[in-house]
Design a protein around this ligand. Structure first.
Ligand SMILES: Cc1ncc(C[n+]2csc(CCOP(=O)(O)OP(=O)(O)O)c2C)c(N)n1
Ligand SMILES: [Mg+2]
Length: 410
């Protein structure tokens, strides 16, 4: 019998709150190597189950197993490890710089380094990412200078964006990193539009859209999927499910579909879930999706299952809404430790070499920081000129702005 009583309103709640014992027993994790690797021209209807599984390559023993393994050489993996370690070290120094008042704001990637670092390696030069604030690994893994990133964070005289963007909102056309917009989900419609334009002009460049679990609640996410599926745009649609959207757990934005990847199924888009803390799996799935886009097979939606170990941003205190030890309980481990163990298992790395690399990387980050600080920090040293805020928008400056510039005396 249907319940004809009073109507009820349902608000999903996370499993545990501060003070409770972290519990991820509801996250079902398939064995590494157990999920098949379909051909890129597979009929999306035949792989609907991939939206409910998790593609994994690295097993508990640190071996790379299954059909998604074997794409990267040891040297490429060593380079990937270095990129992730660099991003972690960069994050730690910049977080500290924020606490020292050298910048107003910072956002870390702790625990999510594999996603952006490995993804970058699946793209080609000229392809365009439309990133959120949590994909600086796209720049690090592409060799973008750390000093330039720091100059942007400090809004100093060498900031390529001249203090006009929030710290960490980088932009580099040459490195396929579209200017970050603080308005989340706009990345999706922009990436799909850019991909359509690329196809219309018979180019070979593909686009990658980025969004977090929480931001998939935005209408832009859905509009983008309509356009991407209808016009078979050459785009990879990335959803980074790091379990949290500031203090809101992922169950709020996910809706009833069970997973974020499953949201793509209603649009007929091939949708895959991947272990976001497994560098090899992220790279293999990204490569698969990029090949589909480049072969005119249309969009792919990829959900990276990961965990945001750090605070949302330097303005956030997660102890107010989740148990402190929750990140230790996260069942997919740490991306750096997992790749390190794999390389040790392959006989090309060791604990000693790892410790040495850590020290070398820290030195490199510190000397980049020294160089950036010579150009100034938030409250000290060189600053962009106030004149800069009038530049770079209009080809010809409208009279009211010219007047304001004169009034400012710059
Ligand atoms: C359109 C829009 N709404 C709200 C915000 C404020 N905001 C900034 S970050 C954030 C949480 C986003 O969470 P998620 O999409 O899961 O990304 P994550 O930070 O976890 O990487 C919110 C609500 C925003 N920047 N843009
Ligand atoms: Mg999130």
């Amino acid at each position: 019998m249907a319940d004809a009583g009073m109507l009820r309103f349902h608000v999903p709640e996370p499993e545990v709150r501060p003070g409770g014992t972290p519990d991820f027993s509801n996250v079902s994790i398939p064995k590494a190597g157990s999920v098949p690797r379909p051909k890129i021209d597979v009929d999306p209807r035949d792989i609907r189950d991939l939206a409910f599984s998790i593609i994994r390559v690295l097993n508990r023993a640190g071996e790379a197993v299954g059909p998604w393994a074997g794409l990267l050489s040891d040297d490429e993996l060593l380079e990937g490890l270095r990129h992730m370690m660099t991003l972690r070290s960069f994050d730690a120094r910049m977080q500290m710089a924020q606490r020292q008042g050298k910048t107003s704001f910072y956002m870390q990637h702790l625990g999510e380094e594999a996603v952006s670092c490995a993804f970058r390696k699946a793209l080609s030069r000229g392809d365009m990412n439309f990133p959120t604030y949590r994909q600086a690994g796209l720049l690090i893994a592409d060799g973008y200078p750390m000093v330039t990133m720091m100059n942007q964070i400090y809004s100093n005289e060498a900031d390529p964006l001249k203090g006009r963007q929030l710290p960490i909102m980088y932009s580099s056309k040459e490195h396929g990193f579209f200017s970050i917009s603080g308005n989340l989900a706009t990345q999706y419609i922009q990436a799909v539009g850019w991909a359509m334009a690329s196809a219309i002009s018979n180019d070979q460049k593909i686009a990658a859209a980025w969004i977090g679990d929480g931001s998939t609640a935005e209408s832009d996410f859905h509009s983008a999927l309509v356009f991407a599926s209808t016009y078979k745009a050459p785009v990879v649609l990335n959803v980074v499910n790091n379990q949290w959207a500031i203090s809101t757990f992922q169950g709020i934005a996910r809706g009833g579909s069970g997973t974020f990847a499953a949201r793509g199924l209603g649009f007929g888009i091939p949708s895959l879930r991947v272990d976001g803390n497994d560098y090899l799996a992220v790279h293999a799935v990204a490569k698969w999706a990029a090949e589909r886009a480049r072969s005119n097979l249309g969009p792919t939606l990829v959900e990276y299952v990961t965990y945001r170990v750090g605070a949302h941003s330097s303005s956030d205190d997660p102890s107010a809404y989740r148990p402190k030890a929750e990140s230790d309980a996260w069942p997919l481990g740490d991306p750096i430790v997992r790749l390190k163990n794999h390389l040790i298992q392959r006989g090309v790395w060791s604990d000693e070499r790892h410790a040495q690399a850590e020290a070398e990387i820290l030195d490199t980050v510190i000397s980049a920081q020294r160089e950036a600080e010579r150009h100034g920090t938030l409250h000290a040293g060189g600053k962009p000129s106030a004149r800069d805020m009038f530049e770079g928008v209009y080809a010809e400056m409208p009279p009211h702005l010219r007047r304001q510039r004169q009034q400012a005396g710059v």
